[in-house]
Design a binder for this molecule. Sequence first.
Ligand SMILES: C[S@@+](CC[C@H](N)C(=O)[O-])C[C@H]1O[C@@H](n2cnc3c(N)ncnc32)[C@H](O)[C@@H]1O
Length: 269
Amino acid sequence: MQESHSCRQLSDKRFDVTHETFERSSTQQRLVLRALEELIGSHSDSSGPLRILSVGCGSGILDNQLISSIALSSRCFNYTGVDPNPVACQRFRESFDKLALKNVELKLKVQGIESLDINEPFDIIQLTHALYYFKDPADTLEKLRKLLAPNGKLVMVHAPNESLNQLSECFWSHHVDHDIWFSKRLEEHLVRENIDFTRHRIHGEVDVTQCFESGCDHGEKLLDFITQNDCRESGVEVLERCLYFLKKISHVDGSSLKVEHPADVFVVT
Ligand SMILES: C[S@@+](CC[C@H](N)C(=O)[O-])C[C@H]1O[C@@H](n2cnc3c(N)ncnc32)[C@H](O)[C@@H]1O
């Protein structure tokens, strides 16, 4: 698809609400959660409380599930989340407080990773679908690697640039100065820099049926997140093109239309 010029970036509020709708329509989040649980569960190296940093933590719709799951092991741990979206961070804090967990200390930092001034080491640093948004991904990766404790792990859950993400790439207007880092680019960077890593793929799928129901609020939210664009502001022609592309990459599953939603899990040690 050609780049569209009728782009309108999502506001913090719209990003937050559309992200949740998207994740709830996909099977991927459950698989990501399982992968993170396994990686964290197998980390037995630190003597004191486990220290976890989540960069681009968003509203905690993934992280609070992860926190609850680690808390079940009765292990004490510190969890630090970083995200510049104040709407999302507030929701994170509210849903975390409702969990009333005794063995976890949560710190939330409402800022971009670029301005984060932190020197303490972390056993696990996780970035789930966050690296694409950073101003300088290579620089940030370097900064995060320096924050790893000995034997620490940097876990990055990242999308390949396959059919679904090609739609977002058309609209991603805040990336005018560089290509979006999808997983191939991340992998090339790690190889070039001689950084040891493993990678495995997760195969989710997202139900996009409601995108094709005219005037459907759920469908509008899904399409907004998929395109990373406020499609309510786009003209009919742009909308029709998006839906045409979405239909082409989808498959029928019973009465639903689904699109493959893969992710790559990179682990840097
Ligand atoms: C797709 S969401 C993922 C949220 C969460 N990791 C999850 O999987 O549920 C990407 C998040 O990255 C955040 N983000 C954008 N730019 C950022 C930056 N410069 N530093 C840290 N986080 C950033 C966004 O605000 C957003 O919440």
